[in-house]
Design a protein around this ligand. Structure first.
Ligand code: PAF
Length: 278
């Protein structure tokens, strides 16, 4: 695998491969099978797949979260090599933000709910780093996991705003055998916490399979009770339209319903989502 740390080196590689279809998989490292499935999705469409590992400081709204974000580039390189990823881009903060100037993006109501509401500035940080990556790489395709469903919608809106031709491809959530959505943050859970956290997907699946039996308020209260019984803390549960991401109060309000949650398991914040119907 080719590993580039500077924008110049990577761009020289891109110039040498200018007739090839480029697939891009941005990550913050601590790679798991979910990330590797994005690499594999890229390899289906592109001639060359570039994966980036960059823990983007400006998308963290809490210093503690940034400090505790898992980092293990050595293990990540081995994982990328195991799926034959061609290029790893490993930039420094200086390479990414040479003049430390950040833009203020406007995504309207898309960024005002759920993660946008609970993590102020988060999506602006994501938009800045993705704009910068796209400026450097100009990929034909870029791949994002559907676990970060709202991020995927924001990146699609950003690409449209910037008038880029990059096609944004959403890839399905990968889950552990227990149902827990794969996430770099899972590395910080103890064995016991991981076991407890499997109740999240169990409860979301119960809601999906029984959604017609109760109203949205009742489903929310069932989820809240299930979570607190395991000593986890619910940050939010929202039922929303899968296109606009605007919360709904009744299932009749949409024909594409997704339930979104954020839960704290000890000091670890997990998010997940399940499509109820589409
Ligand atoms: O989903 C992530 O890991 C990050 O938000 C991303 C897309 C790599 C941007 O830093």
């Amino acid at each position: 695998m080719l590993i580039y740390k500077s924008v110049n080196e990577l761009q020289q590689f891109l110039t040498e491969n200018k007739h090839k279809i480029i697939g891009f998989v941005p990550t913050m490292g601590a790679l798991h099978q979910g990330h590797l499935s994005l690499i594999q999705a890229s390899q289906q469409k592109a001639d060359v797949t570039i994966c980036s590992i960059f823990v983007n400081p400006i998308q963290f709204n809490k210093q503690e979260d940034l400090d505790n974000y898992p980092r293990n580039v050595g293990a990540d390189v081995l994982k990328l090599e195991s799926v034959n990823c061609e290029v790893l881009f490993l930039p420094s903060i200086e390479e990414m933000y040479p003049n430390k100037k950040y833009k203020n993006f406007e995504f309207g109501s898309l960024a005002e709910v759920m993660e946008g509401e609970h993590r102020p500035g988060h999506f602006n940080g994501v938009a800045n780093v993705i704009e910068r990556f796209f400026e450097i790489i100009l990929p034909n395709y870029a791949f994002f996991g559907e676990k970060d469903f709202q991020q995927l919608a924001i990146v699609k809106a950003l690409t449209k705003q910037l008038g880029l031709k990059t096609e944004i491809v959403g890839c399905p959530i990968l889950r552990e055998d227990s149902g827990l959505a794969m996430s770099s943050r899972n590395e910080r859970l103890t064995v016991e916490q991981k076991k407890d956290a499997s109740i999240i997907f169990e409860a979301l699946s119960f809601i999906k399979n029984n959604y017609l039996k109760n109203n949205i308020a009742e489903h929310k209260s069932y989820f809240a009770k299930t979570i607190s019984a395991k000593n986890m803390e619910l940050e939010y549960i929202e039922f929303a339209d899968g296109n606009t991401l605007q919360p709904i109060q009744n299932f009749n309000d949409t024909d594409y319903c997704v339930v979104f949650i954020a839960v704290h398991v000890g000091k670890v914040r997990l998010i997940d989502n399940v499509t109820i119907f589409n």
